[in-house]
Structures are given as C-alpha cells and as structure tokens.
Design a protein around this ligand. Structure first.
Ligand code: PMP
Length: 363
C-alpha cells in the first residue's frame, strides 16, 4: 500500500544541484567552483565560528524557545519591536510557516513565476493552492496581473524582491500601487533575501517603506549577505499578531542553539557585511557587463537582465541545461532552470573569471 501522499510525486525536489566535492573527485580537480546557491564566498564573519563553538558546549540543553536575545538584537538593528519578529530555520521555513498560518486547504497563494523554486513546494505541501502569474517579458513580476489574480480564496501573496532567479527588482511606485490594490485581508510577503545587495535607490527597503502597512510581512535571511547559510536562520517582521501566529506554527526549537549564537555574533559585524556586499556588487556589475558582450542576442540568448542580487540570470532557453553541463565539465557548478535560463552566483573575482572563461568557450 502507498504510505505517502500521491501528489508529492509531481513536486520537484528543492535544490537539485550537485555536490562540489563529488564533481571535483569526478574531474580529478583539487576543488570545484560552486556558483549555484547564492552564498557569499568570503567565509564566516569574524567571531561567528568562536561564538558557535562556545554555544555548542551547552548542546545537552534546548535553545531558548522564544529566541529572545536574538529577537532583541534584530529589533535593535532593524528599528522594530521584538514582538513583530519571528525567526525560523531559514527564511524558507518562515515562508512555509506563513502559508500554514494563513491558508486552509484550498486557499490560494499568488506568486510570480519564475520565482523562488521553494514557493510551489511549500504551498502544495501545506495544502494550499498555487496561483502562478507569469513573469513579464523582461523577467520581472507582473504586479498588475498579480493583483488581478486575487480571488476571495486568496490569503497570501509572495513577492520576491529582488527576484530569485532572475535578479530583477520592483520599484517603489509600482509596489505602492500594488499594495494599494490588494485587499487588506490578504497578507503580502515581501521576500527580501537579497536586500543587502540592492544598489538602486528606487528599490524600496520593505522594512522602512512598508513596515506600517498592516498586511505586509518582510522576510529576510542571514544565509546570504550575513554568511550563515549552514546555520539555517531567517527572520520576518510583521504586525505583532502575524509574528505571534508564525511563532505558534513554527517547529519547536527550530532556531537552533548554534543558529542563535552565530546570528548574534554576525549581527555585530554590519560594517564587514557592507564591505563584502560592496565587493560582490562590484563583481556583479563586471560579470553582467562581460556576459552582455558575450551572450548572443535574439530569441535564444537575449540580454542579461540587470541584477540587484548576488547572482545573474542568463536567459538561455533551451540551451540552459547543456550550458550548465558544459560549465560542470570545466569544474564550475551553476544552476540551470530547464528551458528557461541559468542562474550564476557571484563568487570571488577569480571564481568569476573562471566562469567567464568557461562561458566564453561554451557560448
Ligand atoms: N527566499 C529567496 C528568494 C531565496 O532565494 C532563498 C534561498 N535561495 C530563500 C528565501 C531561503 O533562504 P534560507 O532558507 O537559507 O533563509
């Protein structure tokens, strides 16, 4: 007899990518270059490893269930009250908790597509229904179509800004219009996983621009700019009732002892984070420029959209998978989205040079 839900068969796995260690072994290289998961390549922030090591001396005890010290530190850093914050095992877990906190079976979650690959998975596994609104021709969210897709079953809208995997971003005026158009009993999640890499002043910081809107929740992660991907920690800021509801559905103690300690240490390193982000941003501009020169224009290649994140999007269409395979054969792991494009994380200058050389020989 079948023991698990049949509908799971049709769902993709999150993160289908391959391991750099396996690839290096296969190719006989000392190491492979991983430009596939939008991590920042400069190692843990100063003090993080020590703080985690110190904390793990106490692993026989549960961590603080309320995550009080960390929520206070986040509250101070972002200028909001701690009762408006919930933390989770990565922001992907918080996105899932938000679906569970808002949707009953059959309720609808609207999001743009292509966007973050976890959205369809967390919506389906939570028993809600995905309503996908196609991206615009220039790879961004179609906010008017998203507003028009709202029905009386819609409980949640996921807005990814900047958008993963295309790097496109939404500006203040269009977001204002969209938020005005959305009914006030629908929660709008601004997923700002890549906020720290935004340089365009027209792209609003959801916390300062929309913190007062009752139906807006801002989702942030410490996995990217803050360098804590391996500790699994994200947070959200919403109205106190929304944050409290999420803290109710969260898996107990899922913000681990190590995650709390590492995050507290990382948050003291804001200057270093800014410095690292500046390096990533400069490289993003350089890589974008180089790719625009090298990508064939027209229906297959098109131009590389401007990215406000720590990755770039190559709209290679049917050539996406073969391009990624050719990069892998050269020891570089990038993320293909079959039939659509390839997402390439910005690495160190040397890693980016290796990627550009590979791209040049493949394209
Ligand atoms: N949101 C977006 C848009 C992302 O790209 C990612 C990670 N790829 C996440 C959320 C989740 O990150 P994490 O769970 O590591 O916080």
């Amino acid at each position: 007899p079948r023991l698990t839900r049949a509908d799971l068969d049709a769902l993709p796995n999150y993160v289908p990518g391959r391991s750099p260690a396996d690839l290096a072994r296969e190719l006989g290289l000392p190491e492979a270059i991983k430009l596939a998961s939008n991590e920042v390549p400069y190692g843990p922030l100063p003090g993080v490893v020590e703080a985690v090591a110190e904390a793990v001396a106490g692993v026989h005890r549960y961590p603080d269930m309320g995550v009080l010290a960390l929520r206070d530190a986040l509250a101070e850093r972002y200028g909001v009250d701690a009762d408006r914050i919930a933390t989770g095992c990565g922001s992907v877990a918080l996105a899932e908790h938000l679906v569970r906190a808002t949707c009953l079976p059959g309720d609808e979650v609207v999001y743009s597509w292509r966007s973050f690959e976890a959205y369809p998975i967390i919506v389906a596994t939570s028993g809600a229904t995905s309503v996908r609104v196609p991206n615009t021709a220039d790879h961004g969210h179609d906010l008017s179509a998203m507003a028009a897709a709202v029905t009386d079953r819609t409980r949640l809208i996921l807005v990814c800004n900047p958008n993963n995997p295309t790097g496109t971003s939404l500006r203040r005026a269009e977001l204002d219009r969209f938020l005005d158009a959305v009914p006030d009993d629908v929660l709008v999640v601004l997923d700002e996983a890549y906020r720290e890499f935004v340089t365009d002043a027209e792209v609003p910081d959801g916390l300062t621009a929309y913190g007062d809107r009752p139906n807006v929740v801002v989702l942030r992660t410490l996995s990217k700019a803050w360098g804590l991907a391996g500790l699994r920690i994200g947070f959200l800021v919403g109205q106190p009732e929304v944050a409290a509801a999420v803290r109710k559905v969260v898996t107990p103690f899922s913000t681990s002892l190590a995650a709390q300690a590492g995050a507290l240490a990382a948050l003291t390193q804001a200057d270093e984070v800014r410095r690292r982000c500046a390096l990533v941003i400069a490289e993003r501009e350089r890589v974008t420029e180089a790719l625009r020169k090298r990508l064939p224009a027209g229906p297959i290649g098109g131009t590389v959209p401007e990215s406000q994140a720590n990755f770039v999007w190559l709209p290679l269409g049917d050539r996406s998978v073969s391009f990624a395979q050719a990069c892998e054969a050269r020891g570089i792991i990038v993320r293909p989205f079959a039939g659509e494009g390839v997402r390439v994380t910005i690495g160190t200058p040397a890693e980016n040079d290796a990627f550009l050389a590979a791209a040049e020989s493949v394209l």
